[in-house]
Design a protein around this ligand. Structure first.
Ligand SMILES: NC(=O)c1ccc[n+]([C@@H]2O[C@H](COP(=O)([O-])OP(=O)(O)OC[C@H]3O[C@@H](n4cnc5c(N)ncnc54)[C@H](O)[C@@H]3O)[C@@H](O)[C@H]2O)c1
Length: 443
């Protein structure tokens, strides 16, 4: 019988040192951090029959969830509705002392970078300190936030040892990065395999058992560090390939070759090629941030990572490249940037989400305003934006009435309607794939 089974009266452990009999737990799993990743995760556990304690330090976030106002795909919205009707086995809370009521604790708090691209570990440190302080014998702790190699050891395993727990006997420490793609209805959380590593083989086993509650496939690796590094490879791979796709777009532009046609043709090769598409930059909480966790760690160790460093530099420079392209397009039409009316279509970092974090659109709009353009935007998913400069904008209700000189197509949601485009404005297609817009130019 598993130590994670809340119905367990006792736990069978290997001799010679018997573990203390764990107490009964009221919840199978507690999710710490109910953001874009943590909330769907909590709902996936609940839908699989687990009793879930859903914890966030933000009372505002808890209110939003309770009011069914969180940004979720339809299937998760239905799950939330069902969960909220069963408060006995889906409990929303901001009270960290309740963590002791859960057999397993899954930490899913943000791991951003600051303006200097240095990892900001404050939320993860705070969450781990809370979890360690609340830990009870029999509990499993699983970090799922993307982070540097060695973090689970530093913030969970070692502090638990210092509290006197024997890891792998009294408590279990694991790492399994989330792979969810918020807003993507094509890959339900259950079908995406999970990778798990443990501080000891027993920890790994318990971690795999927890994930198996909803994940169809669990891939076990030999250590916490391997699991942490796996996530860094996944997202660094993506960042480097996006940087390459952007560079190929610029090269194709210079040689007058249609880049998307080239990528689609290359994609017919059934091995050794994977399609990545160019765009106006990258956003969200992963690609612009995660590789910096690795670079930050490598810098301290004086380990060279030239390819990754260059890719991240190019990615950071992309929004300015977009601004230069808009100025160039205006210039070719005999218009200056000063006073030019620029309309940005779609400001979220990707289609069909409301997430504005690290969205290139925000930086593009700020730069355009800095050089004297008059800039507005339209986005059904983001009614209001705050820019780093402190400026604010509301999405236009009637974009056609703005009579833009140039339109930048930044993000296209599936429900985005461009019927108001009258053919007078220049259109710069930052998506490279808006083939339905006549006369568009590529970035
Ligand atoms: N967003 C993605 O696409 C994605 C995908 C895979 C993995 N990840 C990783 O998942 C992690 C979480 O990302 P996210 O996008 O869900 O973040 P988020 O900002 O959407 O949500 C994080 C939540 O954690 C809460 N929180 C912060 N500190 C806390 C604490 N000490 N205790 C309890 N709650 C706390 C916040 O109030 C917030 O609601 C990150 O490490 C990220 O890299 C994100």
């Amino acid at each position: 019988m598993s130590t994670l089974d809340v119905r367990a009266e006792a736990v069978t452990v290997s001799p010679p040192s018997p573990a203390p009999v764990p107490p009964r737990f009221d919840f199978d799993v507690a999710i710490v951090g109910l953001g874009y990743v943590g909330l769907p995760t909590a709902l996936a556990y609940h839908a699989s029959g687990s009793r879930v304690l859903a914890l966030d330090v933000s009372s505002r976030r808890l209110r939003t969830i309770a009011a069914r106002g969180a940004d979720l795909i339809d299937s998760d919205r239905q799950r939330l509705d069902a969960a909220l009707r069963r408060p006995g086995d889906f409990r929303l809370t901001g009270d960290v002392t309740e963590l002791s009521r859960a057999a397993a604790i899954v930490v899913c708090v943000p791991t951003p970078v600051d303006h200097q691209q240095v990892p900001d570990l404050a939320p993860l440190r705070a969450a781990c300190a809370t979890v360690v302080a609340a830990a009870r014998p029999g509990q499993l702790v699983m970090l799922t936030s993307t982070t540097y190699v060695g973090c689970t050891h530093d913030l969970v395993e070692q502090p638990l040892r210092e509290r006197g727990f024997e890891i792998g006997r009294d408590v279990f420490v694991t790492f399994s990065a989330e792979r969810i793609d918020p807003g993507n209805v094509g890959f339900a959380q259950e079908v995406v395999p999970r990778v798990v590593g443990g501080a000891t083989p027993r920890c790994e086993e318990e971690g795999a058992r927890l994930l198996s509650r909803y994940a169809a496939r669990v891939h076990r690796v030999s250590s916490l560090a391997t699991a942490e590094m796996t996530k860094l490879l996944e997202n660094t791979f993506r960042a480097v390939n996006i940087a390459l796709a952007n560079e190929f777009a610029d090269i194709c532009g210079a040689l007058d070759v249609p880049v998307t046609e080239v990528i689609e043709a290359a994609s017919t090769k059934p091995y050794g090629f994977m399609a990545f598409y160019p765009g106006p930059g990258v956003g969200g909480h992963c690609i612009p941030c995660d590789p910096h966790y690795l670079l930050w760690q490598l810098k301290a160790l004086h380990v060279d990572a030239g390819v990754i460093t260059e890719a991240m530099t190019r990615i950071a420079a992309r929004p300015r490249r977009v601004v230069e392209r808009i100025r160039d397009v205006l210039g070719r039409a005999g218009k200056g940037t000063l006073g030019a009316r620029v309309l940005v279509v779609g400001v979220t970092y990707k289609p069909d989400v409301a997430d504005l974090r690290e969205s290139p659109a925000l930086e593009i709009i700020d730069h355009l305003l800095d050089v004297g353009a008059e800039v507005q935007y339209v986005d059904t998913h983001a009614p209001h934006i705050h820019l780093d400069s402190g400026r604010e904008r509301d999405s236009l209700a009637d974009p056609g009435a703005f009579h833009p000189d140039v339109v930048l197509v930044h993000t296209r949601h599936h429900d985005s309607d461009l019927a108001w485009l009258d053919g007078d404005a220049l259109v710069v297609d930052g998506t490279y794939r808006s083939t339905d817009i006549a006369g568009r130019v590529l970035l």
